[in-house]
Design a protein around this ligand. Structure first.
Ligand code: 1HE
Length: 263
């Protein structure tokens, strides 16, 4: 099926330099079917070409109910593996692309929906958000990168608890565990995520690229290799025109100072 046939499953809008991607299947709680996944891929690629940051959110009350279970029930073994690998490829494009993604979370952030959120660089949850990993209850395992990304965010032990017992964590709990970066009142996650994306969009693209691509890889290196890689990245970013302008602007007192937020 061509992308045009699936248009609408993920809404795409470019607002200034920020792309807003909205999972748009509220009647199925934004469950991720093959077509939704391929639309996410298409929109992520488009955002990478024309935006400097992106917001990922869901239409309706729920961010995402995870994998489309109706479709998955029909899948033979080998297809289940290749399908999981496809999720990995698409989420990898979010996590290791060149622009930052901010996820705005409300209602159900469940299974593959949590895995998708974990591939973003910053997560904002409103107070209605709840997080579950019901794979155990469904007789399956995470397949969208959760065992790596969610385990790193909240810890493998907390993730195991959620999967083994069906524990559903509220937004404040997940924030305490490191799974989300910001909490907002109900209905305000997308506005907050957009403001954060706009702030990130104002950075030098090379700096954002380094944060997205070097920082997480350095976590997988030895300290020695990490520090060496950091020096290489630091020298590379310093060579960019943006760095020269940014440093000069501060020294000539044209740039903003560092100050704590008002909130
Ligand atoms: C779905 C899905 C889905 C809803 N696949 N169709 N994910 C889950 O195990 C979560 C399953 N869903 C739920 O627990 C609930 O639907 C919610 C808590 C998310 C929302 O509840 P509610 O009361 O607002 O909605 P609902 O009435 O349960 O669902 C509305 C419709 O969406 C209904 O279809 P309808 O045709 O009867 O109207 C549901 O069947 C449909 N729906 N969720 C398919 N997930 C890469 S591996 C990842 C592994 C996983 O993600 S496992 C976790 C899967």
């Amino acid at each position: 099926m061509g992308h045009a046939d699936q248009a609408g499953l993920v809404a795409y809008e470019l607002r200034g330099s920020v792309a807003v991607l909205t999972l748009n299947r509220p009647e199925k709680r934004n469950a991720i079917s093959d077509n939704v996944l391929s639309q996410i891929d298409f929109c992520v690629e488009k955002a990478g070409r024309e935006a400097r940051a992106a917001v990922l959110c869901g239409a309706g009350e729920h961010f995402c109910a995870g994998l489309d279970l109706a479709e998955h029930a029909e899948r033979p073994l080998l297809e289940a593996i290749t399908n999981s690998r496809q999720w990995h490829r698409v989420f990898e494009r979010i996590e290791r692309g060149s622009i930052p993604f901010v996820a705005a979370l409300s209602g159900a952030v469940v299974g593959g929906g949590f895995e998708l959120a974990a591939a973003a660089h910053i997560r904002v949850a409103d107070e209605t958000a709840y997080f579950g990993l019901p794979e155990g209850k469904r007789g399956i395992f995470v397949g969208g990168g959760g065992s790596v990304r969610i385990a790193r965010l909240i810890g493998a032990s907390r993730m195991a608890d959620m999967m083994l017992t069906g524990r559903v964590a509220r937004a404040e709990e997940i924030e305490r565990w490191g799974g989300v970066n910001y909490l907002t009142p109900a209905g305000q996650a997308t506005a907050k995520a957009f403001a954060l994306a706009e702030a990130a969009a104002g950075n030098a693209p090379m700096s954002n690229f380094a944060v997205i691509n070097a920082l997480p890889r350095i976590q997988d290196m030895s300290s020695e290799d990490g520090l060496f890689t950091e020096s290489l990245m630091a020298s590379l970013t310093t060579e960019t025109e943006e760095a020269k302008m940014g440093l000069r602007a501060f020294l000539e007192k044209r740039a903003g100072k560092v100050a704590p937020d008002d909130e």
